[in-house]
Design a binder for this molecule. Sequence first.
Ligand SMILES: Cc1cc2nc3c(=O)[nH]c(=O)nc-3n(C[C@H](O)[C@H](O)[C@H](O)COP(=O)(O)OP(=O)(O)OC[C@H]3O[C@@H](n4cnc5c(N)ncnc54)[C@H](O)[C@@H]3O)c2cc1C
Length: 538
Amino acid sequence: MSSIENGEELEFAIRAAANQARLKAGLRGHYDVIVCGAGASGSVVARRLAENPDVQVLLVEAGGSDEAETVLDPAQWPLNLGSERDWGFMATPNPHLDGRALPMSMGKGLGGGSSINVMVWARGHRSDWDFYASESGDPAWGYDSVLDIYRSIENWQGSPDPAYRGRSGPVWVQPSRDPSPIALAMLDAAEEIGIPTFDHPNGAMMEGPGGAALTDTLVRDGRRQSLFRAYVHPWMDRPNLTVLTGTTVRRVIFEGRRAVGVEIVHEGRISTVRATLEVVLSLGAIHTPKLLMHSGIGDREELGRVGIPVLQHLPGVGGNLQDHVAFCCIWEYREPVAPRNTGNEATLYWKSRPELEAPDLLFCQVEFPVPSERTAARGAPSHGWTMFAGLARPASRGQLRLTGADPASEMVVDANMMSAPADMESALACIELCRELGNARAFAPLVARESLPGPLAGDAMKQFVRESAVTYWHQSCTAKMGRDERSVVDASLKVYGVEGLRIADASIMPRVATGNTQAPCAVIGEQAARIIRRAHRI
Ligand SMILES: Cc1cc2nc3c(=O)[nH]c(=O)nc-3n(C[C@H](O)[C@H](O)[C@H](O)COP(=O)(O)OP(=O)(O)OC[C@H]3O[C@@H](n4cnc5c(N)ncnc54)[C@H](O)[C@@H]3O)c2cc1C
């Protein structure tokens, strides 16, 4: 970066900090729209609404700033796990995983998940979006419409492909630069076993049976470009966008059936802020349903169990919890190969059975060993690479439950992974494909041996599945969009049965998207902002 750019950036940082300090000092009692949660989707909603200078937007975030090397240096992402930037959810012990309780990290702080994640940009499959359109009954959620949104939000840095990729949007997307030889070996291995490779993973590859490509990442000039950085950061000097960190939303306040504001904990005190137009929940797939329930919206029996008065019976709140489960297969290097960029530079999608309409397996290569706490004991190497071999279309569904009426109480996260028998069949196919890939000739110059799982058969491989399973951190679908009795929001993301309340985050996915989830969350944010602007002519 030139010294002029450096100087401009410094000047902007000073101006933005002064503006935000002034806005916080003069915190208003009401805003036009209150966006709760500055994560992947909330950042998009807040920025798009604040583009209208006449609209006063309050963006409330429980966590803190994203100014930290562990956030901004792409290689340091693993250091955020278990830190103060992680909500640190734990799933309940799972009998389908041999009693293991999995950590379920989610981002806490500006950018939410997009500030601690692995920076992969993956759009989802054509069939995901067409499914969302059919579930919601609105073609605006269909693939063709969403493709336009993706083109408009990307600032794509790879070879031009105007049918799929845009170049003038806020989200800087680049292919992995100067990738590790192990990532290139993965593409060669894919071709060797008959899986096609693509110039990039976010176009034709996600319209058919799948394929392999170098990963697209949200990294610019060697720094993480979270969705907060892409959308809100450049707007921090605007007088109509207040970004309030260290502030926890406790519940939505209603007058009758209309959401009129939120109750927050700010500087240790409980207070309320009113919204003249709308409240938007973007707290992620665990805290959005939690907040709904603490505000009286949820399953009548579940609320009654802990003594929360029911405002609106919606039995689907907190149900339908989905996530991608991954099984970590590991190969030992002949000679250590240092990870490059984000340490995850190649990706692959494929089908476990030829008759499927879309890929149901998702593979991300990680350039260091990542055993589970159980499989580490089986002998993971000190130098090696891992395939995060995962189920892109899991059949299992989890459930969130309340532990008390107090908004400060924690949720029970019953992730229930691998409970559906079909998932074990897919997992075995997934690991088989993973081993075929990892043991292909293309890896031979770099790899000494397969460390995990090795050639296990029958029950032994099923036990490996149970011991190696981890989350891909794609928690979603707990306040799904749709039209059945388990749906929580309609096609316009409005919560059923009340007014003035919408949800914009991973909770609304009717089914988890086929790939990594932050790009779909950006689209959900864009859709929400468009809908709100249209609804209020703002
Ligand atoms: C370790 C990790 C790695 C991942 N890797 C990838 C990847 O490489 N690519 C990818 O596409 N996806 C990845 N994901 C998933 C992706 O980041 C998430 O799907 C995405 O961030 C979800 O967006 P969201 O808007 O639903 O919620 P979030 O981004 O989680 O945002 C929710 C926000 O709300 C805030 N909040 C919650 N409760 C409250 C409250 N009561 N009051 C105020 N604020 C609150 C949170 O602090 C957070 O900032 C990863 C996630 C993790 C955790």
